[in-house]
Design a binder for this molecule. Sequence first.
Ligand SMILES: [Zn+2]
Length: 342
Amino acid sequence: MSFKNIFCQDRIVNLFQKAIVHDHLAHAYIFAGQEGIGKTLFSKELAKTIFCQHARADACDTCSHCQRITNDNFPDLFFVLPEKNSRTIKIEQLRHLQDVLHVKPLESKYKIAIIQSADKMNEESSNCLLKTLEEPPSHAIIILIVTSLESVRETVRSRCQIIRFFPLSMIVVKDILVNSFHLDEKQAEQLACISNGSIERAALLSSTHALDKKNWLVDRILTLGMNDNLTFSKELLDKWNIQDLEILEEKRSQVKELILSFLLYYRDLLICKIQSGMPVYHTNWRNTLTSKCQVLSEEVLFRIIQVIKTSLEQLDHNANIALLLENMITKILRLQFGDRTV
Ligand SMILES: [Zn+2]
């Protein structure tokens, strides 16, 4: 891979190509944008272009530096990310990075550190990083990758150049799925619809039978009665295979995907209800959604969507997954069947 394989981020590629050619790279960047739209991939290709032994504005992809970067085995490039089963970047990791960055590069004139999920730094980690950002070694380039800028402390933010990444259009995602992942047109279109502009998400969905699960989910939601909350929660846990607490962190992303499915479903109901003309994700169910939304008021749909959004936030704050789902479903069903006390 090199810049030529980065899709639809021409503005950012051009910006960095100019900075590399004119030797105007900053010491610290924040790459901000929703999950799965290629920020980490881009940062790796950027590092490759900076370290490449041959190229200036793009990596050659064949020299020893490029190949070792592809294999995550280049001594002047570092990745920092939350350790397995941890949801924060610890201060020890930042201290180690600080030490590493202060040693001169081994094979290049730069040392690059890519901090993934940098929004998962706590107060003390942020303070530690701040010290490095205040007086960065002349050879250091630090890239923070975040989904939300608000989660980065202002003192850190103000010392970085901010680069915003935008989601890909549905047509681009569909084309990539057809041409690079060799999916058929219909499947690619469905996945592009529910991927929210993220190739990573679309690829994940295509490999985990997510479409089948989503189809099952929508069919099932349509048949639910008010007292089906516990049965339905159990069905979800079984279907998504959520029992093993040992691998809770891995499950968390799957549960997030599941809750997002609920969000998309009720969002579609709301779109049908207010007849905004916006495209719906569940195109196959358009007629059913249109009749289903007749019995729900806009207010109820807004409140259900709020319940789902709150569950998504709680998922990021160590909530018990099984309880969280059960609670969310109970509230949704109660709202759906006219209980105003939720
Ligand atoms: Zn190269």
